[in-house]
Write a protein that binds this ligand. Sequence first.
Ligand SMILES: Nc1ncnc2c1ncn2[C@@H]1O[C@H](COP(=O)(O)OP(=O)(O)OP(=O)(O)O)[C@@H](O)[C@H]1O
Ligand SMILES: [Mg+2]
Length: 264
Amino acid sequence: MSADTSIMHTSEPAQSVVLEARNVVKTYGHVTALDGVDFELRAGEILAVVGDNGAGKSTLIKTLTGAVRPTSGEILLDGLPIHFKGPLDARHAGIETVYQDLAMAPALDIASNVFLGRELRAPGLMGSLFRRLDKKRMREEARQAMNELKFRLPAIDNAVESLSGGQRQGVAVARAALFARRLVIMDEPTAALGVRETGQVLELIRSIRDRGLPVVLISHNMPNVFDIADRIHIMRLGRRAAVVTPKTHSMNDVVAIMTGAATA
Ligand SMILES: Nc1ncnc2c1ncn2[C@@H]1O[C@H](COP(=O)(O)OP(=O)(O)OP(=O)(O)O)[C@@H](O)[C@H]1O
Ligand SMILES: [Mg+2]
């Protein structure tokens, strides 16, 4: 655990740390995107990551998922140092990431999108030799995932291009929920969504947490953050300025820390 966890609830029992960054630096030429950032995701929590444009949020997430190699510093999963060579390594370690652009195949149906890149093959020779897909099982499992997450969608064999923005976000979040074994990371999953759709995606995030997977949520939307986060990691100028909770700090407090007008 990093030293500054003492600023958090010292009276509560220590929860185990699932994903951690220690003193991570990332430079691009003379630009310092991360300037010695610490990060800590605990078991069972929704951790929001907030900060002004350019504060280093996306770069931090990318170093955690192997999309970007840190210039220096350490990343640990379940207490062990990790060196992901790319996002696929993170996936294999049980970390699912919902990217802002969603990476979907619009012409394919919902079930096919849920299983995009990890399609289930038909049993026996048809699957192993002829690479035939087990569409029925994919539909069943996709439907079950949506049901478990209480996410209402049109028929599972509808093409994704026929879905609204919120429904597509729902498919992306459900996909992450279905495959994640350790944790889920989401970069602005409710950006550009309406109130009702945002509510549905927030519900999905809660149900992922309630199934026991911790969630990292990058968001610019303060009311959403205060609605859903257990703790709030505040980035400023490539560093962690503070970690606060919606119980101990107001939205104004958080904005003041983000902009440097106040410290925690
Ligand atoms: N590939 C890159 N090459 C050069 N500079 C980069 C690169 N990626 C990020 N940066 C710089 O690093 C800093 C942090 O960027 P980052 O994208 O992490 O910020 P952010 O907090 O996600 O911002 P936003 O809220 O706008 O998404 C910025 O100054 C940015 O210009
Ligand atoms: Mg960003």
